[in-house]
Design a protein around this ligand. Structure first.
Ligand code: BG6
Length: 298
């Protein structure tokens, strides 16, 4: 006898804790994540014990169009001021995205896709026709994310830069580091973006750090000694990596961060900055970032 395939569950956002619509995902090992329609912003990723792997500021504002401080903001169509529009980090993190796909098994979702299509509002900021899609999937102790951008115009080529501005929660910044960037060239955003070479095996944080590492390896690690864990970052089509920690003064000056929050997070932002992505009409660009958490420090 044939069993009838259950009808697909409609993709419908729920209202999440901060009164914003979004999706809650749960992996088969009990990891969870919340993704908001606002910015297609990954707001949280927690392990089976409920411990946060991503940092979300207690002072974050959930009042669109303001971007949410923490999690994974999507910087598109530019990183910082390096790109084609006037808005810091582009506008994708400030826009309402639409939930277009969501799987469901026994009322738990593991995967969802949000979409942002160009509109009159985006064209005022960047005069191009595009469709961006952001997929998030939880597979065991892994979070898979991928971003695609299609040039949906029939005439105009465009260029953009992009980053997945991931805020990693760490137990103590003094015992945290980023591995994989030894002997890599970076632009020092705290020193006129002049080019420097990092001779150290790991990036540590004894002070403010704001660097654009260029042409980096596809595998990097956030080593979080205080929490005795390592998060592996595996990226594709995102050759650059921004490493940022605001340290004392910038933390105090940033209204949606607590004064001592710099002790509790560091950002590694898988990015395409040095060589902007160029898309002809009809072309699609796809990048991905896969995060995996494991016990112990490398
Ligand atoms: C980082 C930049 O990517 O984002 C920093 O390198 C910037 O220079 C930081 O301060 C935060 O930016 P925003 O716009 O979210 O406050």
């Amino acid at each position: 006898m044939q069993t009838a395939t259950p009808p697909p569950v409609p993709s419908r956002p729920v209202i999440l804790e901060n009164n914003l619509p979004g999706v809650r995902l749960t992996s088969e090992t009990g990891f969870t994540s919340e993704i908001y329609n606002h910015g297609a912003h990954v707001g949280s990723w927690r392990d089976g014990n409920g411990d946060a792997i991503l940092f979300l500021s207690k002072h974050a504002q959930f009042t669109p169009p303001k971007a949410i401080r923490g999690g994974i903001p999507i910087c598109f169509p530019q990183f910082s001021n390096l790109g084609p529009c006037a808005t810091q980090h582009g506008f994708a993190r400030n826009q309402a995205w639409e939930l277009v796909e969501q799987d469901s098994s026994q009322h738990k979702s593991r995967e969802c896709v949000f979409q942002l299509a160009s509109s009159d509002a985006t064209k005022e900021l960047w005069p191009h026709e595009f469709v961006a899609r952001f997929r998030v999937a939880l597979v065991g102790d892994t979070m898979e994310t991928s971003l695609s951008v299609t040039n949906s115009s029939d005439a105009k080529t465009f260029e953009f830069t992009a980053a997945l501005h991931t805020y990693f929660a760490v137990g103590d910044i003094a015992k945290a580091s980023v591995a994989g960037l030894g002997n890599t060239t970076y632009l020092d955003s705290l020193d006129g973006r002049i080019e420097k070479v990092d001779a150290n095996e790991s990036v540590t944080f004894p002070h403010e750090v704001d660097r654009i590492y260029q042409q980096t390896p596809d595998c990097l690690q956030v080593v979080d000694e205080a929490n005795n864990r390592t998060i592996q970052i595996k990226k594709t089509n995102l050759p650059d990596a921004v490493v940022w920690n605001p340290w004392v003064d910038k933390c105090k000056a940033t209204s949606d961060l607590g004064d001592s929050d710099y002790e509790k997070f560091l950002c590694v932002e898988a990015a395409a900055i040095q060589n902007p992505v160029k898309l002809a009409p009809g072309e699609t660009w796809v990048c991905s970032q896969v995060l995996r958490v494991s016990k112990g420090c490398v």
